[in-house]
Design a protein around this ligand. Structure first.
Ligand code: GAR
Length: 210
C-alpha cells in the first residue's frame, strides 16, 4: 500500500473520506500522517479518533515560508509518505516544495477546473449563473489550481441555491471523487507525466482465466 500523508487546515471532511476509503483492505494506499498548519483544525481530532498520527506545523513557528515547508517535508519523510493529498489545505505551496514532490501531490478544488481557480468558487459560479458546477482532483503544479486533472464530479446549480447549499452539494461529490482519484494514482492507473496525466486501463482478466 502506498503511504500517503494528508495536509489540512480545517474541518477535514475530505481527509475523513480518504481515511475511510483507505481503511478498506483492498484500497491501494494507507494514511501514515495528517499534518495541519492550524492547531485548531477540527480534522486533527477526527484523525486522532481513528488512530492516525497527526502533526501540527503552524507557519508562525517558523521564520520563513521555506523553513515552514522544510519542517513539513521533514515530518512527511519521517512518516515515510510517498504521496501527499491536500484536503482543504489553505496555504499556497512554494515552487521549491512542489518541485521536491513533483507528480506526487494531489489537491481537491471545489470547482470544475479550469473554471474558478482560487478563492470563492461557489460564489463566483452563482454570480455567473452557471447551471453546472462541481469539483476537481488534480496534481499540484506551480500555478495555483492549474495542474492536470485526475477526476471531476458535477452537480446541478438550482434556482434557489445559496453559496452554502451549493457548497454542500459539491462537498458530497468531493467525498466520492477524492478517494477514487487517490486509488487511481496509488495503483498507477493515473500518473503525472510531462505535465499531463497519463491514464492506464486496469488490466482485464484474460478470457477463461476467471
Ligand atoms: C473543500 O470544499 C475543499 O474542496 C476546499 O475546501 C474545503 C475543505 O473542506 N478546498 C479549497 O478551497 C482549496 N483551494 P474539508 O476540510 O471539510 O475537506
Amino acid at each position: 500500500k502506498k503511504p500517503v500523508a494528508i495536509l489540512i487546515s480545517g474541518r477535514g471532511s475530505n481527509m475523513a473520506a480518504l481515511i475511510d476509503a483507505a481503511a478498506e483492505t483492498d484500497f491501494p494506499a494507507r494514511v501514515v500522517l495528517v499534518v495541519s498548519d492550524n492547531a485548531d483544525a477540527k480534522g486533527l481530532i477526527v484523525a486522532q479518533q481513528v488512530g492516525i498520527a497527526t502533526e501540527t506545523i503552524e507557519r508562525k513557528g517558523y521564520a520563513s515560508k521555506a523553513e515552514h515547508e522544510a519542517a513539513i517535508t521533514a515530518a512527511l519523510r519521517k512518516a515515510g509518505a510517498e504521496l501527499i493529498c491536500l484536503a482543504g489545505f489553505m496555504r499556497v505551496l512554494s515552487a521549491g516544495f512542489i518541485g521536491d514532490w513533483r507528480g506526487r501531490i494531489l489537491n481537491i478544488h471545489p470547482s470544475l477546473l479550469p473554471s474558478y481557480r482560487g478563492l470563492d468558487p461557489h460564489k463566483r459560479a452563482l454570480d455567473d449563473g452557471v447551471l453546472i458546477h462541481g469539483c476537481s482532483v488534480h496534481f499540484v503544479t506551480e500555478e495555483l489550481d492549474a495542474g492536470p486533472i485526475v477526476s471531476q464530479g458535477a452537480v446541478p446549480v438550482l434556482g434557489d441555491d445559496t453559496e452554502k447549499t451549493l457548497a454542500a452539494r459539491v462537498l458530497g461529490v468531493e467525498h466520492r471523487i477524492y478517494p477514487l482519484a487517490l486509488k487511481m494514482v496509488a495503483e498507477g492507473l493515473a500518473e503525472f507525466a510531462g505535465g499531463r496525466v497519463r491514464f492506464r486501463h486496469q488490466p482485464q482478466p484474460k478470457a477463461g482465466s476467471a
